[in-house]
Design a protein around this ligand. Structure first.
Ligand code: HEC
Length: 188
């Protein structure tokens, strides 16, 4: 019993300090992260990766937590002076959605757009310097239950979320689908 209480107190203290740290130095969802995500959205618009005239590929069957059907595009984009790899995943639903329905009306079935953008060296050296973002189809950011925008180092240090799950991808680059685009010249 005593032991139990001790660990409860410790857990509470941990929760409190994490909460306090969150307000100031959360690894994602800061004003800078939101501003950077907006630049990524603009770059995607410029390349027709999102928006009304978005280029299409043939959707393929997906898996959780991404959509029932997916499209993935490998590109690169210049943000400020930095050129980095840009991987865009369109997540379609609901669970029983069919390819034909998506092809006929992509925007109706688009649930979210998840993005990895390779930032400059040192941005997040522990995690291959990826910037993570989850956009809703209108370009706004999806949010976690605390209301923090999903952009930046999502969710560094947590046992769930983009970084935790993608760290399990082979090849150490955090990319599940293929290793090819990230190693390409000039894209790191
Ligand atoms: C529980 C595991 C998991 C979580 C959490 C997760 N992903 Fe993924 N992600 C995957 C898997 C598996 C794939 C490969 C899916 C496929 O076949 O297209 C993938 C693919 C991707 C891709 C295409 C590049 C690649 O790695 O193949 C992007 C971009 C991406 N995810 C972004 C995100 C973002 C942004 C988040 C957080 C908001 C996130 N993911 C959270 C498992 C996850």
């Amino acid at each position: 019993m005593k032991k139990l209480m001790k660990s409860t107190v410790a857990a509470l203290a941990l929760g409190l300090s994490f909460g306090a740290a969150n307000a100031q130095m959360a690894p994602f969802g800061s004003d800078d992260d939101l501003a950077y995500a907006a630049l990524i959205w603009e770059a995607m618009q410029a390349q027709n990766l999102v928006g009304e005239n978005a280029i299409k590929s043939f959707p393929y069957e997906g898996m959780a937590p991404h959509g029932a059907m997916l499209e993935t595009f490998y590109s690169s984009a210049k943000i400020g002076d930095h050129m980095g790899a840009l991987i865009v995943k369109r997540n379609y639903g609901p669970a029983d959605v069919e390819v034909d329905q998506i092809i006929a009306n992509p925007s109706k079935h688009l649930g979210a757009i998840t993005v990895m953008y390779k930032r400059e060296a040192g941005f997040d050296a522990d995690n291959q310097n990826w910037f993570w973002a989850k956009f809703l189809p209108d370009g706004s950011l999806d949010k976690n239950p605390k209301g923090m925008g999903l952009a930046g180092k999502v969710a560094k240090g947590a046992d769930k979320g983009c970084i935790a799950c993608h760290s399990g991808a082979g090849g150490d680059d955090y990319v599940w689908t293929t290793d090819a685009p990230v190693g390409m010249a000039g894209m790191n």
